[in-house]
Design a protein around this ligand. Structure first.
Ligand code: PLP
Length: 459
């Protein structure tokens, strides 16, 4: 067996929070951080804690409080914090060789082979992987370059509500105007089509898919569609930052058809939903749709080590030596971390486990929604869960989500938010979360939902 069973990975099966949080040591770190760190720091504004140590699906803060981690370093720790099976190989590699640009190393080649083994559909046995910079945005940049290089085009089709990263090309694909506005102009020819979101649109899944696909088709095919020279279609198979938006059946297949009809690469951004997060290795597999190119990062480096990559169909491998580059394209330590993480997921059947535990969490939250019209929609796949909140008028209820997040960390569960209006509670715990931890954690979230509903009624 590869490493210990998931039950043995954690500090505990239940959280333990002693008194008020943040405790004194967290407060001291937060004060120092505020004095010396960048004003761009954001996460502690929502969860004001300083962390000391992680194990499995649990995190210990600097005051010794133990939390259930339904946040996982924003979707990075799929095999849990400090997974011993991963760390054993990482420690060994760290002492031998950390970085090797793109000279061959055993970890590099092992990871490429492992990714081929788990590649979706007909990409299996028919792909190449390029490594560039270490973060997800770098992989998105690589996918844009690859699409332009192979098609000779420059227009990019992306989607409303999308998030693809913080570098200029990736930001061009991202839809949030506030995020981009100070840096415009970015890439000039990017058009954002609607991403089907039946709950928000108040349409049936079919109508919402039809509307989105009609738009994509006219952007690409209509002589008056506006995009002169398309190079590719870029989409998250399930939107993450946008609010855990699971597109209805037919959408990704429709994109596949438009891409095929127009000889365009279809690019899936699997950075947040890949590496087993949704109970399949890749988000697109839920729909049996295989992209031509896919981006990977976050959980790819195994245990929080930064590593990103772009996997693409072999015939798109037209670059010459050095046509895509980056100093850190040979992070052997992260690469062996990735190999071990994939092996751990395989050996412990974590895809099925993620499906079962995720279904449990969703069904418990749907129960909580039965007498709470404010909890408008519970959705997701595997251990990727979104719960969208609306007020009495059906408008996004960001305040309630913020109150739920606060209640949760005060009671020992770390949850995150998503959605254009931050009105979605987003859960993305490690895949090693035990059923017991899921029950305890979801009960606390359900309590938070109930407590905030009562408060809303009082005001
Ligand atoms: C779908 C998606 N693409 C790209 C990125 C950017 O990755 P990174 O923040 O590692 O640059 C993210 C980050 O959250 C993401 O969720």
């Amino acid at each position: 067996m590869a490493g210990p069973p998931i039950d043995e990975l954690h500090f505990a099966q239940e959280p333990s929070v002693d008194g008020d949080v943040p405790g004194p040591n967290s407060r001291r770190l937060l004060e120092t951080q505020e004095a010396i760190d960048s004003s761009a720091v954001a996460y502690p504004n929502n969860i004001p804690l300083g962390f000391d140590e992680g194990k499995g699906a649990t995190l210990k803060d600097v005051d010794g409080n133990v939390f259930l981690d339904f946040f996982a370093g924003i979707g990075v720790y799929n095999v849990g914090h400090a997974n011993p099976y991963v760390n054993e190989a990482v420690h060994e590699q760290l002492d031998k060789l950390t970085h090797s640009v793109d000279f061959p190393t055993e970890p590099r080649l092992a990871l490429i082979e492992k990714l081929d083994e788990i590649a979706p559909g007909d990409l299996q046995g028919n792909n190449r992987v390029v490594f560039g910079g270490p973060t997800g945005s770098d992989a998105v940049e690589a996918s844009i370059k690859l699409a332009k290089y192979n098609t000779g085009g420059n227009g990019l089709v992306a989607f409303r509500n999308a998030y693809h990263g913080a570098t200029s090309g990736a930001m061009s694909l991202t839809s949030n105007k506030k995020f981009k506005q100070p840096y415009a102009p970015l890439l000039p020819d990017v058009v954002h089509a609607p991403f089907p979101h039946p709950f928000q649109e108040g349409r049936s899944p079919e109508e919402s898919v039809d509307r989105a696909l009609e738009e994509v088709q006219s952007i690409v095919e209509d002589p008056y569609g506006g995009l002169a020279d398309p190079a590719g279609i870029f989409v998250e198979p399930i939107q993450g930052e946008g609010g855990v938006v699971v597109p209805p059946e037919g959408f990704l297949q429709g994109l596949r058809d438009v891409a095929d009809d127009n000889d365009l690469p279809l690019v899936f951004d699997e950075i947040q939903v890949g590496m087993g997060r949704t109970g399949e290795w890749w988000g697109g597999e839920h729909y049996d749709v295989t992209p031509d190119v896919m981006t990977m990062a976050k959980a790819l480096g195994g245990n929080g080590l930064p590593l990103s990559g772009t996997l693409y169909r072999e015939d798109l491998d037209t670059w010459g030596p050095g046509d895509h580059a980056g100093t850190y394209r040979g992070h052997a330590t992260a690469m062996i971390g990735g190999v071990r993480a994939i092996e751990y997921i395989q050996a412990h059947d974590l895809l099925d486990h993620a499906t079962e535990v995720g279904d449990y969490i969703r069904s418990r939250l749907r129960e909580a929604a039965e007498d709470d019209p404010g909890l408008g929609d519970v959705r997701g796949k595997g251990l990727f869960v979104g719960a969208e909140f609306v007020d009495e008028d059906g408008e996004p209820d960001e305040d309630r989500v913020s109150a739920i997040q606060e209640y949760c960390y005060q009671h020992g569960v770390l949850v995150w938010t998503a959605g254009q209006h931050s009105n979605v509670v987003r859960l993305l715990p490690p895949l090693v979360l035990t059923q017991r931890q899921a029950e305890v954690g979801t009960e606390i979230i359900a309590d938070a939902v109930a407590a905030t509903a009562r408060e809303h009624a009082r005001h």
